[in-house]
Design a protein around this ligand. Structure first.
Ligand code: LP5
Ligand code: MN
Length: 239
């Protein structure tokens, strides 16, 4: 049956080869069977610029290209780890970059897509951090640094983030319900799909449904929407 597929939070890196294997399996089965694939951010563990080269980067590009060359559209929204992924990477594999909020219409449903970090409004220190690192001048400055320095900074930021998360109450790292209602009304949708929180679920909300995608660990969870209007959760096992 014709359908579109959504994934997020794969966090691929050379340090996690089992996830790269899983990505290949996913793309060659579920990916290939879809009319379109939406990757809602954090495809990579982190991204420091399109000039970086590694086995996992080449592998991801080849698998995306294999789909786009067959006419299957692959879309990408930036996550909080790979917001620097740019046009150069996208052009190499025919990937379409989407803005941080993107509305689609499929099977008679109006659906809003986003990574999910912008919904966590109560995590005020993260929102401050996000505003800073999304400044174009700071990004340009960062991208002008030697690759080795950028990798060092990114690794430092990752460690810092893990430490900070350990000190934050769990509920502030979830979406703010009032903001979910606001954004769904603003975009006039009855479905919201996002990742980031890693709290895979389907919630009934004021304006309809909110689907939260799970992150990839021992399984690769995905969500599909059939042209009949039916939503389904699936997963590929990552050994
Ligand atoms: O990613 P995760 O799941 O660990 O936690 C996120 C939030 N953390 C982040 C940080 C990223 O993990 C770091 C990714 C590196 C990207 C590559 C380098 C690009 C550099 C570009 C420079 C222009 O997103 C975490 C949230 C959590 O999700 C749950 O939602 O809580 O937020 C934090 O940990 C951030 C801290 O709370 C805020 C730190 C203080 C901010 C001070 C501003 C300093 C700005 C310096 C800029 C160079
Ligand atoms: Mn994220």
């Amino acid at each position: 049956m014709a359908h579109i597929t959504f994934i997020a939070d794969l966090h691929l890196s050379d340090e996690r080869p089992h996830l790269s294997d899983c990505f290949v399996r996913f793309m060659r089965t579920q990916g290939r069977a879809s009319q379109a694939l939406y990757i809602l951010g954090d495809l990579f563990e982190f991204w420091v610029g399109d000039d970086e080269q590694s086995s996992v980067i080449s592998l991801v590009q080849a698998e995306i290209r294999a789909l786009t060359e067959q006419g299957i559209a692959v879309y990408f929204q930036h996550g909080n780890r790979d917001f620097l992924l740019g046009r150069q990477f996208a052009q190499k594999c025919g990937l379409t970059l989407l803005p941080s909020y993107h509305r689609i219409h499929y099977a008679g449903q109006a659906i809003l897509l986003c990574h999910g970090d912008t919904l966590c409004m109560d995590d005020t220190s993260y929102q401050r951090f996000r505003r800073i690192v999304h400044q174009p001048w700071l990004q340009a400055l960062f991208l002008a640094l030697p690759l080795r320095w950028r990798l060092k900074i990114a690794n430092h930021m990752r460690r810092d983030s893990q430490r900070q998360k350990g000190q934050k109450p769990a509920d502030i790292m979830d979406v703010a319900p009032h903001f979910v209602d606001h954004i769904m009304a603003h975009y006039n949708v009855s479905v919201l799909v996002h990742g980031h929180t890693h709290r895979q679920a389907q919630h009934s909300v004021l304006h309809g449904q909110r689907f939260v995608l799970g992150d990839w660990r021992t399984t690769a969870p995905y969500l599909t929407l059939c042209d009949t209007g039916q939503w389904q959760v699936g997963e590929v096992t990552c050994e």
